[in-house]
Design a protein around this ligand. Structure first.
Ligand code: ZN
Length: 421
């Protein structure tokens, strides 16, 4: 995952343009991905797909020498800047320059998608080194009708009910926000392609806000199939694993995530707020999809957020791994939670004669034994495996293994029609 983030890091992404396409091409080498193009000017819900932005070069130069260079960092140009070719003094240029308010070394990340303007971002140190000029100011970019690009990976399961996993792909060279989300989403999708699953899965790689709005606007029918999902963002930094609940707050995904994240050291569960990433769109009242958000630090909570401080050193392989495992575990609960009925409910069935009880009793039943007893005790047709995991305080995976052993021994039967959502 860190290697994928490293590979994608230099690409200048935005909400449209060739950087998004290059990013999706890399993802498509790892998972099956359908790439969609939505033409500029298309009405999507209350929004309009903007013109496409592509940038080739940009710089501020004095005496032929570049003092600010897009090729040194793509953060140097305000995203969606109009093309510029001019000579101006520092005083004329200054309103178009943006610096980080706190750290003198960092280049801030700025965009202006829906208001036409142009600008450069630079460190306080760089700004301090500029004399009165004049400067040659060039932004070699095009802002013209084209399209918005997003990627969709659909993994068909046994049923049409589906889980939606969404991550934004619109930030340039920023690692935690948002390459970590891209890397973890790709890895989870890749893991799912290698195994059987009951539910269908849809992974969306979309530019923030306008991308999820475009998908929702084109897929009203599919949205109604969504039984749960996750927005993945900022999942690589050292902050604690964090789940933010869906608007509903008590959907199966909320309970599944609370169960999984609650078992991770330092894990946090936060209530829904209509802020953050694309969960804002999926949880808008007209859709109200049960989609929460898996993050580590939340937006603005880590040093370097939306600046050159958010580099590849900020994201750590072990944290990406923990986020990946936890995300996959949440999806596993959605996929496998079901209810059973105990076929021998009067008294405990004799496990020893079925090879399910260890021969020599000790003071402590051991986790495996206890899991069997919990499943037998709670399987009255009303409690699901997640209910048992929550009540017992044992991991869902262990409860599931116990249920499978009991089913194989003829002691449990599936309850038909257990709800997925
Ligand atoms: Zn961001």
């Amino acid at each position: 995952m860190h290697a994928l983030a490293t590979e994608l890091f230099p690409i200048c992404r935005s909400i449209t343009g060739d950087g998004s396409r290059a990013t999706l091409r890399e993802i498509a080498e790892r998972i099956p991905l359908e790439v969609h193009e939505v033409p500029s000017g298309t009405q999507v819900l209350d929004w309009t797909v903007p013109d496409e932005w592509n940038i080739r070069d940009a710089y501020i130069a004095a005496g032929g020498e570049r003092v600010v260079d897009f090729h040194a960092s793509n953060l140097h140009v305000v995203g969606y800047s109009e093309p510029v070719r001019a000579e101006m003094s520092l005083a004329e240029l200054r309103p178009h320059l943006h610096i980080h308010s706190e750290n003198p070394e960092w280049i801030p990340y700025r965009t202006s998608y829906y208001t036409r303007t142009w600008g450069f971002c630079l460190s306080q140190r760089q700004l301090a080194s500029l004399d009165d000029g004049p400067y040659e100011v060039v932004i070699d970019a095009t802002l013209a009708p084209g399209s918005l690009t997003y990627g969709e990976c659909y993994l068909r399961g046994e049923v049409e009910d589906e889980v939606l996993v969404s991550t934004h792909i619109c930030h340039p060279s920023l690692a935690n926000d948002n390459l970590s989300g891209i890397a973890v989403a790709t890895e989870i999708a890749s893991a799912l392609t290698a195994r059987e699953h009951r539910l269908s899965y849809r992974f969306l790689f979309v530019p923030g806000t306008i991308g999820s709005i475009a998908w929702l606007s084109r897929n009203d029918d599919l949205a109604s199939r969504v039984v749960g999902g996750l927005v993945l963002a900022c999942v690589g930094d050292a902050g604690p694993l964090t789940y933010k609940r869906s608007r509903r707050g008590d959907a199966l995904v909320d309970r599944a995530a609370e169960h999984v994240v609650g078992r991770v050291e330092g894990g946090r569960v936060l209530d829904f707020i209509p802020w953050g990433w694309d969960e804002r769109q999926y949880n808008s009242p007209g859709f109200d999809l049960p989609i929460g958000c898996l993050t580590r630090s939340i937006e603005g909570e880590f040093d370097g957020y939306h600046s050159s401080g958010d580099d590849l050193a900020l994201i750590r392989p072990d944290k990406l791994e923990e986020s990946f495992r936890s995300g996959l575990s949440i999806l596993d609960v959605l996929d496998r939670d079901r209810r059973f009925v105990n076929l021998s409910p009067k008294g405990e069935p004799q496990l020893g004669k079925r090879g399910l009880y260890r021969g020599v009793g000790g003071p402590d039943p051991g986790a495996e034994q206890l899991a069997l007893l919990w499943v037998l005790n709670q399987s009255d047709g009303g409690h699901s495996l997640l209910d048992v995991a929550e009540r017992s305080g044992m991991p869902f995976s262990q409860i599931e293994v116990a249920a499978e052993r009991l089913r194989e021994a003829g002691l449990l039967a599936d309850v038909e029609g257990a709800p997925a959502g």
